[in-house]
Design a protein. Structure first.
Length: 133
């Protein structure tokens, strides 16, 4: 998975610890590859690093735009929305209860939801990149 910092948590260990089935493993690899391709088209560099149960995607060194968690049968994601709204997603928490800067949890279980997630990710990246904090 190109551009993924696995210095703390190897992705294969996350898959094992979360007991992720093969479909989930493939969905994450495909999501990451598709997102990387979209970033290249936009002349951006995709930055991401593993955390204990998934992957954090970053718009700058300390600003995340996606928290992705690996589960047994699906991937769950929250997208950064700041003060904006991403069409197709409801507002939800980001880091703190009631901060309302994120989206509700989005579930990826198949290729259709994966395609939506890539679109949402590109919008979340734009919002996070413009975020003043």
């Amino acid at each position: 998975m190109k551009g993924l910092d696995q210095s703390k948590y190897p992705i294969e260990d996350i898959f094992e610890n979360q007991k992720a089935d093969n479909t989930v493993r493939q969905l994450l690899k495909t999501f990451h590859a598709n997102l990387h391709q979209e970033f290249e088209k936009a002349n951006n560099v995709l930055k991401s690093r593993t955390h204990c149960i998934g992957v954090t995607y970053l718009s700058r060194p300390r600003k995340a735009f996606i928290y992705l968690n690996v589960c047994q049968n699906y991937l769950s994601m929250r997208f950064f929305t700041g003060n904006n709204h991403i069409e197709g997603l409801n507002k939800g928490i980001w880091n703190k209860k009631d901060d309302n800067w994120g989206s509700e949890t989005f579930i990826i279980q198949n290729n259709q939801s994966l395609d939506h997630a890539v679109i949402f990710a590109m919008e979340a990246h734009k919002i996070a990149s413009d975020w003043p904090r």
